[in-house]
Ligand binder design. Structure first.
Ligand code: GLY
Length: 371
């Protein structure tokens, strides 16, 4: 039988999306966020949905999870937009991975072979062909791989939509409310400690991103090995018509043009603990990496700079599903793919809670793999 009362620790896109589906299934759900919901990694992300472009970083199980999520995305977005009445700018222009010199090209060729071996729908382009698609690309671009089915979304709109959809079905959102401890009795989670109050729950879901290992009460062997990995970002403001439509993976930066005219450039990958300072070096590297492939950015005004903390697990894959503590489920550690993996995490974790069955898709990602 599904639980009646659910406490979700962490109101990022993962916690919010699971909360939305559980509330929609008439469960009594409260999400607790230490800050404002969706203002952590969910806010900082670029919203690229690129399992095919990023394939070299992945193991097979993670690729399958990413592809399953990408396939489910359009249906999931339809449901979210209909429940929230907020459009999330799901853009289907595709992704181009570009090379600028012989070294880049050799790397891109190797990458392309891996993609072909995995039967992914990709296409090799010359520099001229790439510029026919994106005329502002530098003449220095020698070649590109087109990943037409790698698309993108506006993650900040997605946060707003999820909050709206969660509340629509009666979900309770408690923001600026830190969960101090998960209460465990006889190997079973029985609730949480919020400030001095004990709040009973039939099920606790830990989805607190890079803070997931900081909650008291868990024995060491159930503490998820998640750390913060800093990513600095910069947004430029494009004029109309925009100088770019596709997401570009350049050798030293990626560029993601959004429907609202912003051009996001990311991202550094730094092991700096919980530090979120913007540095001159970080901005310089991003702008240089982006300018090399798209020189016209030189003229664009800066709209915003920020840094976020990705939740990286020990193997940089997410931690999903049941734990050795009864009534405690984890959905955390999504690292660089939180936005891509939200729909599949939402669907599979909600199904686990409603049916008690762990699907084959998420079974490889249980916490016990670190035992
Ligand atoms: N998903 C892109 C990043 O983490 O920078």
């Amino acid at each position: 039988m599904p639980p009646k009362k659910v406490a979700i620790i962490g109101g990022g896109v993962i916690g919010l999306s699971i909360g939305w589906q559980l509330a929609k299934n008439s469960l009594d759900v409260t999400i607790y966020d230490r800050d404002w919901a969706g203002q952590g990694a969910s806010w900082a992300a670029a919203g690229m949905l690129s399992p095919r472009a990023e394939v070299h970083m992945q193991e097979s199980d993670l690729l399958q999870l990413g592809l399953a999520s990408a396939e489910f995305y359009p249906e999931w977005v339809d449901e979210l937009e209909s429940d929230s009445q907020i459009s999330v700018d799901y853009r289907t222009h595709g992704t181009l991975m570009v090379a600028l010199d012989r070294d880049d090209q050799a790397e891109l060729e190797h990458h392309y072979e891996v993609q072909l071996a995995l039967d992914l729908p990709v296409e090799w382009l010359t520099g001229v062909e790439a510029r026919e698609i994106e005329p502002y690309l530098s003449p220095r671009v020698t070649s590109a791989v087109s990943c037409k089915s790698d698309v993108q979304i506006n993650n900040r709109l997605m946060v707003q939509a999820l909050i709206q959809a969660f509340k629509k079905f009666g979900g309770n959102l408690r923001q600026q409310t830190s969960v101090r401890k998960i209460e465990i009795q006889n190997g079973k989670a029985i609730g949480i400690q919020v400030q001095e109050d004990f709040i009973e729950a039939d099920l606790v879901i830990l989805s607190a991103g890079c803070w997931s290992s900081q909650i008291d009460g868990l024995p060491d062997w159930v503490r998820p090995p998640v750390r913060p990995v800093k990513g600095q970002m910069i947004a430029l403001r494009m004029e109309t018509p925009p100088i770019l439509q596709h997401v570009i993976y350049a050798p030293d930066a990626y560029l993601a043009p959004k429907g609202d005219g912003r051009l996001l450039i990311g991202a550094t990958c730094e092991e700096q603990g919980f530090d979120t300072k913007i540095t001159a070096g970080g901005m310089f590297e991003l702008l240089r990496g982006a300018w090399e492939v798209l020189p016209s950015i030189y003229e664009l005004p800066i709209d915003e700079t920020w840094a976020g903390l990705r939740p990286g697990s020990r193997d940089n894959a997410p931690i999903l599903g049941r734990t050795q503590i009864k009534n405690l489920i984890m959905a955390t550690g999504h690292y660089r793919q939180g936005i891509l993996l939200t729909p599949v995490t939402c669907r599979e974790i909600s199904a686990l809670i409603m049916t008690g069955q762990t699907s084959n898709l998420i079974a490889p990602f249980m916490l016990e793999r670190f035992a």
